[in-house]
Design a protein around this ligand. Structure first.
Ligand SMILES: NC(=O)c1ccc[n+]([C@@H]2O[C@H](COP(=O)([O-])OP(=O)(O)OC[C@H]3O[C@@H](n4cnc5c(N)ncnc54)[C@H](OP(=O)(O)O)[C@@H]3O)[C@@H](O)[C@H]2O)c1
Length: 518
């Protein structure tokens, strides 16, 4: 019997439901992961320690191989020693001898210049060799692009030219941020990627989305009926997101000079956080349902004209100051930074989402380097009660605030008013606090852990889709262009170790608010 149009439309989705890749029973299949840039900073400080961690947790199959690729010449043993030293130095993962020896047997190195076409043939042979030592059925290959954004398109094209995208193996490709410099370059990169791979093979990674507390935004919203009822313009006065770092640009000054705070933090992490906070309930917990809802939020961002950018967006750059009691230099004194650089290291802004749920609710965002405190927090400020019943003593009624703290402590707290004991009609604000660490005894959250496992299993939920990326650039491009075409009046304009320029406070004060995260 032929299928009805509706059955035909939903059949691909029904098929994907046969296997629940999120179920603990669904195991990662044997694979080869090729890390292009296997000796770089990201590989050594983040990827390889996380791979060791998930190996020790028993998440990896008995047969797998990790193949680091870079131009340096060395054998597998030398590479294993390098990785071991780097993991020790990073302190990201404890190194017990037994666990390390078992893991290191799966580590291999291949010296190749990935700007040369012939390298891909030899990499292919190497992969074939590694797969040949595994279960005969295994053809799963993950390409991880841990190379500079300049080289990444070259690798994708090299893989395509040599038939290594779709044909030879069952492949996936992971690509790191920054994903382009603006909408146009992101679209070009997407074109290169989708020329070689299908969208379902592409994993655009934003490590922020791998944090449990970020994923918890969705669980918290859609598993509790009490909050979701209030999650709209009728009950919420404003939403604030603060992503404050105490670090400066460290040894990445040259990279930061090409990037600045909007490309580095706002276009990706912060917009993704807003997407999760503001999205409608998805039809289901499948990757595309969630990505569809985030995309709708991005499409509803109210655009800004130049005057609005000047009025609603604040840029800053840190000067010398004191962080955690230590004297630190200003941005312009950092290695790799021009002494007269106008690159912003701080951003504050007011975004508006023009949809039914959020019309009229300001989303205030603040992020910066060398700030007073390291903290990532989302503050949801609810509207005041309609009447003040308790007389003048209660004139300073605090609003209810729901705080979702993502780092350094992962917690959720809700403030509410209670009667202060003894004194007459006095309201006192108290907090109800849930701590992830205390409740679940978590020692360390590897943000890459969940993302790597999801990629191995083929779950795209926490990876960013082509249209999301381009729409996110569309939101920030006008801000970047306005700032790049107009030099700031006074940079540096905030002292290291503070909460940023005074204009960021004034932005909220003008609307009768103040920053909640302190
Ligand atoms: N580092 C981080 O914390 C971090 C965080 C988020 C995102 N990312 C992103 O991750 C990517 C990698 O960053 P990274 O900091 O790890 O860079 P990196 O330290 O400069 O490492 C680059 C790697 O690429 C290799 N390489 C360069 N040219 C090559 C060529 N022609 N052929 C083969 N290998 C080549 C280098 O080894 P050889 O020189 O020996 O060839 C090295 O292993 C970038 O897109 C970055 O934006 C990094």
């Amino acid at each position: 019997m032929s299928k009805s149009p509706i059955e035909t439309a939903i059949s691909p989705f029904l098929q994907t439901c046969d296997i629940d890749i999120r179920s603990p029973e669904y195991k990662v299949k044997p694979f080869v992961m090729v890390i292009f840039g296997g000796t770089g900073d990201l590989s050594m400080r983040k990827l390889l320690p996380t791979l060791l961690h998930i190996f020790k947790e028993g998440e990896l199959p008995s047969e797998f191989a990790i193949l680091g690729v870079a131009r340096s010449t060395m054998d597998d043993d030398r590479y294993r020693n390098l990785v071991k030293e780097a993991i020790q130095e990073s302190g990201e993962e404890p190194l017990e001898e037994k666990g390390w020896i078992d893991f290191s047997r799966h580590l291999f190195f291949f010296s190749a210049d990935i700007s040369r076409d012939e390298s891909y043939r030899s990499i292919c042979e190497k992969i074939e060799g590694l797969l040949g030592q595994m279960d005969r059925e295994s053809r799963d290959v993950i390409y991880y692009l841990a190379v500079s954004p300049r080289i990444a398109p070259m690798v994708i094209q090299g893989l395509k030219r040599n038939d290594l995208c779709r044909g030879a193996f069952h492949t996936k490709i992971v690509i790191e941020k920054p994903f382009g410099r603006d909408r146009l370059s992101a679209a070009e990169l997407n074109k290169v990627l989708t020329d070689g791979f299908e969208e379902r093979q592409i994993y655009r990674i934003d490590h922020y989305l791998g944090k449990d507390t970020v994923q918890n935004i969705l669980f918290f919203r859609f598993s509790n009926s009490i909050f979701e009822q209030l999650w709209n313009r009728h009950h919420i006065d404003s939403i604030q997101i603060s992503v404050a770092e105490t670090l400066g640009v460290e040894n990445r000054g040259a990279y930061y000079e090409q990037s600045g705070v909007v490309r580095d933090m706002v276009q990706n992490h912060i917009l993704q956080l807003i997407g999760m906070i503001a999205m409608e309930p998805p039809v289901g917990f499948e990757a595309d349902y969630i990505r569809d809802e985030k995309l709708k939020v991005f499409l509803a961002f109210q655009p800004f004209n130049k005057d609005e950018i000047d009025r609603l967006m604040v840029r800053g750059q840190y000067g010398p100051g004191k962080v955690d009691g230590q004297e630190v230099c200003g941005y312009r004194g950092e290695k790799g930074v021009a002494p007269d650089s106008n690159i912003p290291t701080f951003f504050a802004g007011k975004f508006r989402i023009a949809n039914w749920r959020w019309a009229g609710v300001p989303f205030y965002v603040r992020t910066g380097k060398r700030m007073e405190k390291r903290i990532t927090e989302i503050a949801i400020q609810f509207k005041q009660p309609p009447l003040r019943l308790f007389g003048h003593a209660c004139d300073t009624l605090d609003p209810n605030i729901l705080l979702l703290t993502i780092q350094p402590e992962e917690k959720i707290s809700l403030s509410f008013g209670v009667k202060y004991p003894h004194a007459e009609n006095q309201i006192h604000t108290v907090n109800m606090v849930f701590s992830y660490q205390e409740t679940f005894q978590i020692k360390y959250d590897h943000p890459y852990e969940r993302l790597l496992i999801d990629c191995m299993k083929g779950d795209l939920t926490l990876f960013v889709r082509e249209d999301e990326i381009e729409t996110m650039w569309h939101i920030v491009d006008p801000i970047i262009a306005r700032w790049e075409n107009n030099s700031p009046e006074r940079f540096p304009n905030y002292q290291a170790g503070t909460w940023g320029p005074v204009e960021a406070d004034q932005l909220l004060e003008r609307d009768g608010f103040q920053w909640i995260t302190k």
